[in-house]
Ligand binder design. Structure first.
Ligand code: NAP
Length: 246
């Protein structure tokens, strides 16, 4: 197991992509801090990791709230002492056409998807810079690259993640820290579970491999970037979208 002894933090790991990433890292040997907005939901994934024989610490965190992030990193320091891997995965949608988009729909999405990743990365970098090593993966989206009608807030947050990733990659490359983004296409999770059959059919026509992605497709990409296999890759956006955008 190539991640044996590594300490990882995955935000939004109660369900969907975050849960699959947390389980993959644990299967490869990492101990994992698992966050969700409810302790009970975080605990469910943590319990699955403990069954795999790894350490897991569940944490209740809203990444849009600075105090929660401060508390989270106090837990990271108390429980792990250091941090090798950060996966900024927590994300939300508040879709609507621009003319009807409420200020709070814009603010909430930017706050969770972009500012949350910034605040977690800033804390993680303090620990990683001291250790002169670390791996950060930010979960962006294919629509951050292509745009999508009805998702101006979400697309802005996910495009922002890409610029943020590249800036931090340049700042910390000399300190042995790699910073990359994974940009998933449409993946089968609760987030896409709300799409109507019509929209799913239309989307499928745009995906050359003719299927939605599985959460494991994203977990494997994250694993590749955080393992030794990805040691010379930084500032990269890895598209995992079945050919939807190339
Ligand atoms: P999901 O099934 O809706 O799960 C979202 C996760 O984020 C949950 O663990 C949730 O925790 C957590 N979360 C929500 N709001 C949060 C907050 N304010 N603070 C901290 N955690 C919060 O979503 P998903 O489809 O797995 O998506 C995961 C990431 O991939 C997101 O960044 C998303 O934008 C991105 N992505 C998804 C797709 C896709 O097709 N599914 C495509 C491209 C990109 P609770 O259980 O407590 O709510």
């Amino acid at each position: 197991m190539s991640l044996t002894g590594k300490k990882a933090l995955v935000t939004g790991a109660s369900r969907g992509i975050g849960r699959a990433v947390a389980l993959k890292l644990a299967r490869e040997g990492a101990d994992v801090i698992v966050t969700a907005t409810s302790l009970e939901r975080a605990k469910k994934t943590a319990d699955e990791i403990i069954l795999l024989g790894r350490r897991a610490v569940p944490c209740e965190v809203n990444v849009g709230i600075r105090q929660d992030i401060e508390n989270l990193f106090k837990t990271v320091t108390d429980e792990f002492g250091n941090l090798d891997i950060l996966v900024n995965n927590a994300g939300i949608t508040r879709d609507g056409l621009l003319m009807r988009m409420k200020d709070e729909d814009w603010d909430d999405v930017i706050s969770v998807n972009l500012t949350g990743a910034f605040a977690c990365t800033r804390e993680a970098i303090k620990l990683m810079a001291k250790a002169k090593s670390g791996r950060i993966v930010n979960i962006s989206s294919v629509v951050g690259e292509m745009g999508n009608a009805g998702q101006a807030n979400y697309c802005a947050s996910k495009a922002g993640i890409i610029g943020f990733t590249k800036a931090v990659a340049r700042e910390y490359a000399k300190r042995g820290i790699t910073v990359n983004a994974v940009a998933p296409g449409f993946i089968e999770t609760d987030m896409t579970g709300v799409l109507s059959e019509n929209i799913r059919e239309e989307l499928l026509k745009q995906i050359p491999v003719n299927r939605f992605g599985a959460v494991e497709d994203i977990a494997n990409a994250v694993y590749f970037l955080v393992s030794d296999l990805g040691s010379y890759i930084t500032g990269h956006v890895l598209d995992v979208n079945g050919g939807m955008h190339m």
